[in-house]
Design a protein around this ligand. Structure first.
Ligand SMILES: Nc1ncnc2c1ncn2[C@@H]1O[C@H](COP(=O)(O)OP(=O)(O)O)[C@@H](O)[C@H]1O
Ligand SMILES: [Mg+2]
Length: 339
């Protein structure tokens, strides 16, 4: 952070803290792959655009990747209308062809986006995609292609998407939860083979290399924080505490850091210290954990592997006592029945 922090108001600093972001190898790889798909109609010279599916749990950073990509391709006004190089639509639940085509028409500025049946709307969409010179279609929340009540893949939507790609020859990028992979497995409308680029966004791995990358990420983020002193987030012990508290999931990491920085700014603290991390962990992250973790920000010393080993042990003990309780209640019932 440059030396002009002092001149900023607390509100300005909080805004900066909430917008810090950094890349990491998988982030760069996915961006490069999206770019390759985007330009595949020109580089491949055939009518079969490359398409991509990116899956990851909530908070793994999917939307951030696509928003970063979109920044390079903003809408712009031309003489005879708006040019939209990349159209981004969040698939609305419950998903239907009507819902999706309406959303896309709205995104492209059709004043009558809701009007007409799906065939008429789809014809208008094809025309608008051409007129707005759309080169890439990005659809977020692809798991909505699975009906949440029946758990079945919505085949009509898959067919509609396949026709969209065939008719417009525009590459499509899909983002969704890991369950989205089921859509391309179940669907036999040849949608799957078009999605020849696939990625899974996973948390930073708990390996030497993974933890090293994690520390680099923390260091890059810390460099942008509008705080007076260094918090040393990437220092080995502190980075491992943060890793343990978040399991290396980027959404949780950023909650700790952004809320930690906001807290520090509001309470005139020079940096994010262990006390602040402890407060934020309890307030915003502890409820996320299914099993009891020891608070990594309380202890004087912290050992990452020992902490994970302890978790494993307590989870095993817990499931053993649950099983025992079940067995006991079954034998209690048997006793009642035989007496
Ligand atoms: N590369 C990154 N740098 C900083 N913050 C990030 C990064 N990727 C994700 N985040 C933050 O993590 C949180 C979850 O990310 P998001 O992209 O919404 O995940 P998803 O779409 O997979 O649920 C958001 O607050 C986002 O700002
Ligand atoms: Mg998202």
């Amino acid at each position: 952070m440059s030396g002009d922090i002092q001149s900023k108001t607390a509100t300005e600093k909080i805004l900066i803290a909430n917008q810090v972001y950094a890349s990491y190898p998988l982030f760069d790889l996915v961006l490069a792959d999206i770019d390759q798909c985007h330009h595949s109609p020109k580089t491949k010279g055939d009518d079969d655009p490359d398409c991509l599916l990116l899956v990851g749990q909530t908070g793994s950073g999917k939307t951030t990747i696509l928003k970063t990509y979109l920044e390079s391709y903003p809408k712009r006004d031309a003489e005879d209308g708006t040019i939209v190089p990349v159209i981004y639509t969040v698939i609305p639940p419950p998903a239907s062809v009507k819902g999706l085509v309406t959303k896309m028409l709205e995104e492209l500025g059709d004043p009558l986006y809701e009007k007409g049946n799906t065939i008429a709307q789809t014809i208008r969409l094809y025309k608008l995609l051409k007129n707005c010179e759309v080169e890439l279609i990005i659809l977020d929340e692809f798991h909505h292609f699975i009906d949440s009540e029946s758990n079945k893949v919505l085949v009509t939507l898959c067919d509609w998407l396949k026709s969209l790609i065939i008719n417009t020859k525009i590459p499509v990028i899909l983002f969704g939860l890991p369950v989205s992979e089921k859509v391309l497995k179940v669907d036999n409308s040849q949608l799957s083979r078009r999605f020849n680029h696939r990625h899974r966004l996973v948390p930073f791995p708990r390996t030497d290399d993974g933890l090293e990358l994690f520390r680099e990420f923390l260091s890059e983020i810390e460099g942008q924080l509008p705080l007076t002193e260094k918090s040393n987030l990437s220092e080995k012990s502190l980075s491992e505490r943060i890793y343990y508290a978040t399991d290396g999931t980027i959404g949780h990491v950023m909650t700790l850091i952004r809320k930690g920085a906001t807290y520090a700014i509001k309470h005139d603290s020079m940096c994010i210290d262990l006390d602040i991390l402890h407060t934020i962990y309890w307030k915003h992250l502890k409820h996320e954990k299914l099993f009891k973790k020891t608070d990594p920000f309380l202890e004087d010393k912290f050992d990452l592997e020992a902490s994970y080993a302890q978790d494993k042990e307590s989870t095993e003990n817990q499931s053993y006592s649950n099983k025992k309780r079940k067995k006991n209640s079954a034998s209690d019932i048997n006793k009642m029945l035989t007496t």
